[in-house]
Every structure is written in structure tokens, then in C-alpha cells.
Design a protein around this ligand. Structure first.
Ligand code: AMP
Ligand code: ZN
Ligand code: FE
Ligand code: FE
Length: 282
């Protein structure tokens, strides 16, 4: 069993990179990628723990890209975490979050919800702060009953406390990943919110920009959607990838390795990603 999409306290997961590795080992995963949002800060601890515990750690990152319709996230695998241009780009994305979070809090305050940035920082710890932390704070204050409800009522695009965030274009995001020696995979294609008819055209454009893989295995995909994504990836020469998007307590219902208890990400996914990576990086 493997899982190629997970988050730690370096971004908006609830387990430290070391705890995530312990959990992965205890349930018998043989390979896990840590793919925190806009940061590689968790990778040294995670990779060291994976090595000590004896499973394969995969260096990853997840970048949010501009997309007018829905949400576009690009996963980078096998990146060099200490790459200088990657570090510069990630610093810009961190700055964008630092600028955005207080504005979300201000919106909530305008709505009569007395949350402070200090409270969110306290809850989030030293890693990157994201909307899931704000959602958790709203649950703790009993403003929302669940993180999901906090998103749907207040925090998601189109709701009263939503604030836009600076994002790189898909082109730039893929270039950042490739320049850092990585391979790019489009995460959870369902969140693009485009029809199955339009998806192949978008994937072809992304492929021309250097996209290599498509995350077909994902807990929110139905079996029919998963097989559509697998067929489409194969037809377009993209490698299939997969993961659960595990965030620990910051995304309840999703368990490491198994998602909503029935995700099965074949081991072949990782070997095919690696093969493609070797091909692309000579
Ligand atoms: P941000 O990076 O601050 O824009 O927050 C985006 C994160 O929020 C993503 O990692 C998602 O996993 C998470 N997220 C988005 N919608 C929901 C939801 N309905 N329930 C839980 N988490 C969500
Ligand atoms: Zn997240
Ligand atoms: Fe994502
Ligand atoms: Fe994610």
C-alpha cells in the first residue's frame, strides 16, 4: 500500500512530519509522499523518519495554480528541496499567505465573529497557515459544527469570508517543479470543475507545459470517475498518480493510505512515476 498525497504540520496537516511517518509505518505503507502546500520545510524530518522506519519517502510539494473555473493544484514529486529557485518561489507563496490570512480574519470580524490572528497562529503552530486552521478555530468557537461546514458557509470561494490569494499560473507552477528536478502531476482533477468533455483539452494544454501525470486515484473520485481519469491519462500519455490528501484531524474522514476506507493506490503508480521521471531527467 502506498500514499502519494499527504500533508503535515509544515502546512495544514495535524501530524508532524515525524508523526506522519510513524503512522505510515504502523499501518504498513511501503511508500509515502509528503506534499505540503507551498512548502518543503517538512521534508528533512519526514525523509529521515522514513529512512529510519524503513519505508520509501518521496519528496513532494503541492502548488495552487491560477484557474478561473475551479481549483487547480499541481503536485511535484522527486523535487530537490534545497533548490534555490524553488526556495525563492515558495517564499513568495508564503508571503501571499501572510498577506491573505489577516484579511480573512478581518472579514470574519466584520461578520461579527470575534476570531483573532493570534488564536489561529496558536492553533496552527510554526508551519504555514491555511484556511483549514481558520476552519478549525471556527469549530472550536462553535461558529461551525465541522471544518467542512466552515468552508461551505464562510471560507470557500464565493462565500463572505473568502479572500483571493496570489497564485502562479499553471505554466509557472509546472516550471517551478521541473526546474527543481521534479515531475508534475495534476492533483484531484475533479476540483477543476470542468466537464469530462472539456478535461482532455485542458490536460493537453498542461501536457504541452510539461505536465507528466494525473491524480486519478483520490478519495472524492467515484469508481466511474477514477476509470475515466485513468483512461484519459493513458490516452494522453500521462502517468497515473494517486493519494488520499491526508490532513489528519484537519480533514476528518480521510485516513492515511485508505482515504474513506476504500482507496487502493496500486504500487505500480510509484514505479511508473519514477520511470517517467528518469526518462525526463535523462
Ligand atoms: P488554502 O491553502 O488556505 O487556500 O486552503 C486550502 C485547503 O483547504 C486545501 O488543502 C483543502 O484540503 C482544504 N479544504 C478545502 N475545502 C475543504 C472542505 N470543504 N473541507 C475540508 N478542507 C477543505
Ligand atoms: Zn490542505
Ligand atoms: Fe489539493
Ligand atoms: Fe493536498
Amino acid at each position: 500500500m502506498i500514499d502519494l498525497h499527504t500533508h503535515s504540520t509544515a502546512s495544514d496537516g495535524s501530524l508532524t512530519p515525524g508523526e506522519l511517518a510513524e503512522e505510515a509505518d504502523s499501518i504498513g505503507l511501503t511508500a509515502v509522499a509528503l506534499t505540503d502546500h507551498d512548502t518543503v520545510d517538512g521534508l528533512p524530518e519526514f525523509m529521515a523518519a522514513a529512512e529510519r522506519l524503513g519505508f520509501e519517502g518521496v519528496r513532494g510539494v503541492e502548488l495552487s495554480a491560477q484557474f478561473p473555473l475551479g481549483t487547480m493544484h499541481l503536485l511535484g514529486y522527486f523535487i530537490r528541496p534545497r533548490d534555490g529557485s524553488l526556495a525563492n518561489s515558495l517564499a513568495e507563496l508564503k508571503e501571499a499567505r501572510r498577506e491573505r490570512n489577516p484579511r480573512i480574519i478581518a472579514r470574519l470580524n466584520d461578520l461579527g465573529i470575534p476570531l483573532t490572528m493570534d488564536e489561529v497562529e496558536e492553533l496552527a503552530g510554526p508551519g504555514q497557515i491555511g484556511r483549514p486552521h481558520i476552519a478549525r478555530a471556527l469549530v472550536n468557537m462553535k461558529v461551525a459544527r465541522s471544518i467542512n461546514e466552515a468552508f461551505h458557509r464562510l471560507l470557500k470561494r464565493g462565500r463572505a469570508a473568502y479572500v483571493e490569494k496570489f497564485r502562479y499560473s499553471p505554466e509557472k507552477s509546472i516550471a517551478i517543479i521541473r526546474q527543481a528536478g521534479g515531475i508534475a502531476s495534476l492533483a484531484h482533477p475533479k476540483t477543476l470543475e470542468v466537464t469530462n468533455r472539456r478535461l482532455p483539452g485542458i490536460l493537453k494544454e498542461l501536457r504541452a507545459l510539461g505536465l507528466s501525470a494525473l491524480e486519478a486515484y483520490y478519495p472524492d473520485h467515484s469508481p466511474e470517475e477514477t476509470s475515466f481519469y485513468i483512461r484519459t491519462a493513458k490516452r494522453l500519455g500521462l502517468v497515473v498518480s494517486g493519494g488520499t490528501d491526508f490532513h489528519g484531524a484537519l480533514k476528518d474522514q480521510i485516513r492515511l493510505g485508505v482515504g474513506r476506507s476504500n482507496s487502493h493506490i496500486p504500487d505500480s503508480v510509484l514505479s511508473e512515476l519514477k520511470e517517467r521521471w528518469v526518462k525526463e531527467n535523462g
